[in-house]
Design a protein around this ligand. Structure first.
Ligand SMILES: NC(=O)c1ccc[n+]([C@@H]2O[C@H](COP(=O)([O-])OP(=O)(O)OC[C@H]3O[C@@H](n4cnc5c(N)ncnc54)[C@H](OP(=O)(O)O)[C@@H]3O)[C@@H](O)[C@H]2O)c1
Length: 180
């Protein structure tokens, strides 16, 4: 069964980028791709991806060769320049409708919600987010792009150290599961 997973790196105080969209505080740290909740094994299980316009523009500017070979839904209201070699679908449709297409494209793999936080929240609002995996960097930023600007109830499933990070896997608890 395809799960929809928000897999992300965050500061201890819940930001995923500085106010000027720098990720230096994240990318400068040690992490093991093959370690607990590491990126390598995570990516093997991913069949489709979703990201917002700011995240897409960051990748295009800073890491244009990074985009994995997966279909990527980019949520935007603008006409953005495509990234050569990437399998992109620019969309402004409701995340619920787009999600059905992502799940179909993912086959027996999972859907990765790359970010930002509000986009992940839009999936959560519709009951479509199954899991949050957060690699907590040993730093506080004070301000920036928020991790998940909603109230979302979670249950811890896995906790581990990976390099400089404290990694936590949470199941998203749905209201019908008895959360009050
Ligand atoms: N730490 C990490 O692991 C990590 C992961 C991901 C991202 N990041 C960083 O975090 C920051 C996130 O930026 P952000 O908070 O601005 O979030 P974002 O989701 O990357 O971008 C937000 C933009 O996406 C578009 N959008 C969102 N929902 C939409 C919808 N339903 N329909 C159409 N368009 C939609 C809107 O752009 P329009 O103006 O086109 O309408 C919106 O302004 C970036 O700096 C990124 O690089 C960090």
């Amino acid at each position: 069964v395809t799960r929809t997973v928000y897999y992300v790196g965050a500061s201890l105080d819940g930001f995923i980028a500085t106010p000027d969209h720098s990720l230096d505080w994240l990318t400068s740290r040690k992490t093991d791709d093959d370690g607990p909740m590491g990126f390598g094994s995570f990516m093997e299980g991913i069949g489709a991806m979703a990201m917002g316009a700011t995240t897409y523009l960051w990748v295009r500017e800073h890491e244009p060769d990074w985009m994995p070979e997966r279909p990527v839904w980019v949520f935007t209201h603008r006409e953005l320049e495509p990234l050569h070699g990437a399998d992109l679908r620019f969309t402004s449709e409701d995340v619920g409708r787009a999600h059905a297409a992502m799940v179909a494209a993912a086959g027996d793999r999972d859907v990765w919600v790359v970010g930002g936080g509000d986009l992940a929240g839009q999936f959560a609002d519709r009951g479509l987010l199954d899991e949050l995996v957060v690699a907590i960097a040993p730093v506080t930023l004070g301000s920036g792009a928020p991790l998940l600007p909603r109230r979302v109830e979670l249950a811890v499933r896995e906790v581990a150290r990976n390099g400089d990070f404290a990694a936590v896997r949470y199941d998203v608890r749905r209201p019908e599961a008895g959360v009050t």
